[in-house]
Each structure stands twice: as structure tokens, then as C-alpha cells.
Design a protein around this ligand. Structure first.
Ligand SMILES: [Zn+2]
Length: 452
């Protein structure tokens, strides 16, 4: 609904606003704050403008609350001519105008906010009344209305500058939020208990060199990488998907070093750096100023577009001489591709098993942790986890998959005692489904950031 409006419509909206302001002033007899967005060009409303407007509402509400000023009424209007809000506030007009001017001057979006204060006794408060300088030009930063009255900048210049302010602000905000969700997903995964063979809150599973705290150390160390991965996606969105993947791989190598430093050399999250990094890069590529992509299938498809070629090339270039890791040798012997194949294929296990299982259980009112235990079992039952093969051979993997399937045979919520018994048996057999643990974390992440 990016609708163009005419000057006449804008004047009518201003007239309607002024008359509503007078009504509030007359009926409540206290200062009124009028908030509109300062948007150049004929399009005055849309998803991103509305999003910025909501930020403005939060800022003024918070400022009023902090100052201990009570709001008697607040109304919002959302029209093609723009978003508007009117607050009736009990307090001194001067103090309220000071709060508003501080938001206009200091908030990253403040240049796009117009916060006018009307006082029942003296009319409007201006910045000059407070001894403040007039506002700066949106484009060149010069003080005052000189640029506007002499039309020094074209509407296109003004529109571009506005677009850049909105874009920069929400790009950073969403980057931080997505990185936080990735860290949260890793913490949810490691804390989910009981997890057969894996590090959880009860024990270290089949691992001798790591515990819960090793994972927390690693999770904290990786936070900057998650942010960087979204950023790489945002910056390379216009380039080929493979280009994003190459940049992620370079940054991922740095992240591995940070992880090993934090864990004193233990590999806690190498698979996660690859899979979550790819997913965050995809989120960055599909990001728009109105918000991140909330379509799980689209995000996963983008992961496949980014990584499929590179993963294919890497596997097809392998020879018995160059295959140095367990995963590489396993691929040559069996064709199994592990977590890399999962990412390159668009995470079919997460899309078809992880997410549907998690959401079905949450809808039934099951707790996140309890649902996560079942998601892990479902992933173990239906995927070939190469981490299980690494320790127990194909027989060990098949055994563990059959055990998980057996637990789920009577229903999606097996008794926790039975899961704990499997945990003990997997520890005895030195088996650990690390690949499925990564997929559980990806499932937690996708559940939090997507709608379906
Ligand atoms: Zn200017």
C-alpha cells in the first residue's frame, strides 16, 4: 500500500489533526504532543515508515514514563497521508517539549520524527523557546530551513537520505535480533535435558573433553560471528548467492578460531558455524527494511542456493589422498554428506521433521524443553547422523536411530525415564548424535524467527 498522496490531501490531514488537537486541549486542558513522520516525497506511509513510527511511539512513551509524566490519552491514526499520534500528557509543556526535542536530536531515527507540543495556555512550544537551534537539514546537515526554502536538494535526494536512515537503523536492529536468536537457540539446545549421548544439564553425555560450560563459553564467543553472518548476507544480497557463501566461509574460519580459543581447543560448534552461519547469511540476503524474512521454506531454500554449488564442488574434488577428515572419507566410502549435505539440500530434516514436530508439540501445550527432547529423537530416527557413524560405525548409527524410533513408536512424548535410560546406554556405547543436536538448534532458531 505505497500510495501517493496529493498536497491537498496533506493539507486536509493537517487540518483534521489541528482540529482534533483543539478538541483534546479543550476537553482535557493539558499539553498535547502531536507526532508525525517527516517523510519527503509523495508516498507518506508504508511498512517501513510504519515500523519507524512504532519506534517513535516507544521512545516517547518511555521518555514520559522515565520523567514520571502520566499520559491521559493516546490516539493513533494510520492513513495514506501518514501515521499520526496524539498524546495528552499531564505536566509542564516546557518539560514535555524538552523530552521531545531530545528524541528528535539524539535518536538515530529522530531526524524523521516531528514531535510538536501544544500547551492549553500558551499554544505551541518551539525549539527556539527552549533556546535550542532549529533542526538540521536531512541531506547536508546545515541548521535551519534554508535548504528547504531555497529547494537546494531534490525530492529524490531527500527520499534517498530518508531511505538510508530507515535502512541503516533497521538493518542493525534486525542483525542484533537475529544474532541474539541464534545464540538463544544454541543455549536452548545445550540446556535441553535429557539428550541421549549429548552434553546437557544432567551430564556430559559421551564426551570427556566438554561440559555445559564449554558450550556456554563457545556460544558467547560466537555472538559476533552471528551478527557478522547476517551483515554479510545484507551486504551481498544483490550478488550471486555463491558469493555470500564464499564470504561466510572466510568469516567462518575466523569464528572457528574464536571458538577454539574460548574452549581451549575443543570443537563444540564447528558444524553450527557452518549451518547457522549459512542460515543467518540467508536471513541477511532476504532481509528488507520492513523486517526479516519470516518464511522458513524460503530461508532454507536460500541456504541451498548459496551453498549447493560449493558443497558439490568440494565433495566431487575429494580423492582418497585428499580426504583427510572423517566426513571426507565417509563420503568417499558411502556418499553420505553429513551436515554440509543437509545445508546444501535446504535442511530437509528441519523442514520436514524438526519444525513440524516442535510446533505440533508446542500447540499441545508441551514445554519448549520437553518438545525439544522429542524433536531430537525424531531427528535421530529419521536422519543419518554422521557423528554417530564416526564413533559407532554404521551399526551404531542404525542402532541409535532404531532406539529413537522405538521411543517415539507409542507417541510423540515418550517417558523421560525411557529417554534417560537411552542416554545411559548411549554413554556406555560412546555414541553422540552431534549432527542431530545441530539440527535441533536450527529448529529452535527457525521456530523463533519464522511464522511457518
Ligand atoms: Zn541541506
Amino acid at each position: 500500500m505505497e500510495q501517493e498522496v496529493t498536497l491537498l490531501e496533506m493539507l486536509e490531514a493537517r487540518e483534521a489533526r489541528a482540529s482534533r488537537q483543539r478538541e483534546i486541549l479543550d476537553s482535557l486542558g493539558c499539553p498535547v504532543v502531536s507526532f508525525t513522520m517527516n517523510i519527503p516525497g509523495p508516498v507518506k506511509n508504508g511498512p517501513t515508515i510504519r515500523r519507524a513510527f512504532r519506534e517513535g511511539l516507544l521512545r516517547l512513551d518511555a521518555a514520559l514514563e522515565t520523567a514520571g509524566l502520566s499520559t491521559l490519552s493516546r490516539e493513533e491514526i494510520d492513513r495514506p497521508t501518514g501515521c499520526e499520534a496524539l498524546w495528552a500528557v499531564r505536566g509542564s509543556g516546557r518539560q514535555i517539549k524538552e523530552l521531545c526535542a531530545a528524541i528528535e536530536d539524539r535518536d538515530p531515527l529522530g531526524r524523521l520524527f516531528d514531535l510538536d507540543v501544544l500547551d492549553p495556555e500558551r499554544g505551541g512550544w518551539s525549539r527556539e523557546d527552549l533556546g535550542l537551534s532549529p533542526r538540521r537539514c536531512l541531506v547536508c546537515g546545515r541548521v535551519g530551513k534554508g535548504c528547504a526554502s531555497r529547494r537546494l536538494h531534490t525530492v529524490e535526494e531527500l527520499r534517498q537520505r530518508t531511505g538510508a536512515i530507515l535502512r541503516d537503523f533497521f538493518a542493525r536492529q534486525d542483525r542484533d535480533a537475529l544474532a541474539g536468536q541464534a545464540a538463544r537457540a544454541l543455549m536452548y539446545e545445550v540446556c535441553t535435558t535429557p539428550k541421549p549421548g549429548l552434553v546437557d544439564r544432567a551430564n556430559c553425555g559421551s564426551h570427556r573433553d566438554m561440559d555445559l560450560f564449554t558450550f556456554l563459553d563457545s556460544t558467547a564467543a560466537l555472538l559476533p560471528y552471528w551478527r557478522q553472518a547476517v551483515s554479510i548476507g545484507q551486504e551481498t544480497a544483490a550478488l550471486l548467492p555463491e558469493e555470500t557463501f564464499l564470504r561466510l566461509r572466510e568469516a567462518g574460519a575466523e569464528a572457528e578460531r574464536a571458538m577454539l580459543q574460548a574452549t581451549r581447543g575443543v570443537n563444540t560448534h564447528k558444524g553450527m558455524i557452518f549451518s547457522m552461519g549459512c542460515l543467518l547469511g540467508a536471513s541477511g540476503r532476504l532481509w528488507r527494511p520492513e523486517g526479516p524474512c519470516r518464511d522458513a521454506a524460503r530461508l532454507l531454500e536460500e541456504c541451498a542456493r548459496m551453498s549447493a554449488g560449493a558443497v558439490e564442488d568440494a565433495f566431487s574434488a575429494l580423492t582418497p589422498e585428499t580426504a583427510r577428515t572423517f566426513g571426507a572419507r565417509l563420503y568417499l566410502e558411502t556418499g553420505l554428506r553429513g551436515i554440509r549435505g543437509e545445508v546444501a539440500g535446504g535442511f530437509p530434516s528441519v523442514l520436514l521433521t524438526g519444525l513440524p514436530t516442535l510446533r505440533a508439540l508446542l500447540e499441545r501445550g508441551v514445554s519448549m524443553e520437553r518438545a525439544g527432547v522429542s524433536v531430537l529423537l525424531a531427528l535421530m530416527a529419521r536422519t543419518v547422523d554422521t557423528n554417530l557413524i564416526a564413533r559407532g560405525g554404521p551399526e551404531g548409527q542404525r542402532w541409535a536411530a532404531a532406539q529413537a524410533a522405538g521411543l517415539l513408536a507409542q507417541g510423540l512424548l515418550p517417558a523421560l525415564e525411557a529417554v534417560e535410560a537411552l542416554d545411559r546406554e548411549m554413554i556406555r556405547r560412546n555414541l553422540s548424535p552431534g549432527g542431530c543436536a545441530d539440527l535441533l538448534a536450527v529448529t529452535y532458531f527457525l521456530h523463533a524467527v519464522t511464522d511457518g
